[in-house]
Design a protein around this ligand. Structure first.
Ligand code: UDP
Ligand code: MG
Length: 329
């Protein structure tokens, strides 16, 4: 029997906080009173998370499923694998570190039942370090300008998606992606609600500055061509300006004679433009690298095992079947 709600949670080295998560998540879902399943996706944790998840599966096999990756493929790949494995009509995603309170899930579900097929959420007061909050606000603003995705608080994973949206997401074979933005593309009737946000219950953030930059490039390159177009626009503008400059210098040369001053100004302009050119090449590289990864068409992730109860009348979803579905996309 298909559950009504599927909760998908990516796990990467979260051993310290998992028990606290179980202690709040299961009662919060039981309280909703609808059938549900929780799909934990272990994203190649190197700590004890797998055995804690396996134990939890043994404790609540009726509502728990565990997808185990053979390596670390990133939070968004883990969520996508969770989507492929889940069967609910309403999909809810949240982080494992209790920054997204499980008690908020019923608000998302209630909103979905009003007829929306995408319920985003806005953190009432974000509990992260100041630099991350500001950097993320700036990125949010930039994304708002260069894509047509209307998400108020993009970094927040506590969201609900309808089955129609997830079926389309499951058809995408994107290697580098940003789940909330991808799903937004397919939503017919999206909305947002306000939710609480808490500090990480245990352990540390799994995102370094480097991986945050990579993730934001995934978001920008995956959903916008504006950075590329910006460079062609800038190139045109500079070509016009230098054309005018050549004319001015020519006229000056003819009437006033040669000029050799302003050497350092010239250097400054040249270095600035070199910086702009390098940045442009870098942006090109970001797109080309992703095109390369996509055309190689390697599996996006490899599922080692899925811990789940066999459903009567259905073959259990074998790991290699899932794997095959992701190959050659
Ligand atoms: N995560 C993951 N794979 C990764 C990094 C993170 O599955 O490579 C999971 C992590 O276990 C957590 C969620 O993604 O459930 C969000 O990670 P985190 O809380 O570290 O991110 P932050 O809140 O700092 O943005
Ligand atoms: Mg977190």
């Amino acid at each position: 029997m298909k559950p009504e709600i599927s909760v998908v949670i990516p796990i990467y080295n979260e051993q310290a906080g998992l028990q606290a998560l179980f202690d709040r998540l299961y009662p919060a879902l039981d309280a909703i009173g609808s059938s549900y399943e929780i799909v934990f996706v272990n994203d190649g944790s190197r700590d004890n998370s797998v055995s804690i998840l396996a134990e939890q599966f043994r404790a609540r096999p009726d509502v728990t499923r565990v997808v185990l990756f053979n390596g670390n493929y990133g939070q968004h790949m883990a969520i996508l694998a969770g989507f492929e494995a889940s069967r609910g009509e309403i999909m809810v995603t949240l982080d494992a570190d209790l920054q997204n309170p499980p008690e908020e899930i019923h608000h998302l579900v209630a909103k979905m039942r009003e007829g929306y097929d995408y319920v985003g959420s806005i953190r009432r007061k974000r509990q992260d370090s100041a630099w991350r909050t500001y950097a993320s606000k700036a990125m949010n603003h930039l994304r708002e300008k260069i894509t047509n995705i209307k998400i108020t608080d993009q970094g927040n994973m506590l969201r609900a998606y309808g089955r129609n949206v997830i079926d389309l997401v499951n058809q995408c074979g994107e290697v580098n992606t940003f789940v909330p933005a991808l799903a937004y593309r397919f939503a017919r009737k999206p909305t947002e609600i306000m939710v609480e946000h808490e500090e990480r219950s245990a352990g540390e953030s799994k995102y370094s500055l480097y991986s945050l930059i990579r993730l934001n490039f995934d978001l920008v390159t995956g959903f916008s061509l504006v950075p590329l177009q910006l460079f062609s626009m800038m190139g045109m503008l500079l070509a016009i300006i230098s054309g005018v400059l050549v004319c001015v210098l020519l006229v000056r040369r003819l009437f006033l004679g040669a000029e050799a001053e302003g050497l350092f100004t010239l250097f400054a302009i040249a270095f600035f433009l070199m910086g702009v050119i390098l940045f442009g090449i870098g942006i090109l590289g970001e797109y080309i690298g992703r095109i390369f990864q996509q055309v190689r068409a390697r599996p996006r992730y490899v599922v080692q095992t899925i811990l789940q109860q066999p459903t009567p009348g259905h073959e259990p979803l074998a790991a290699d079947a899932l794997e095959k579905r992701t190959v050659g996309r």
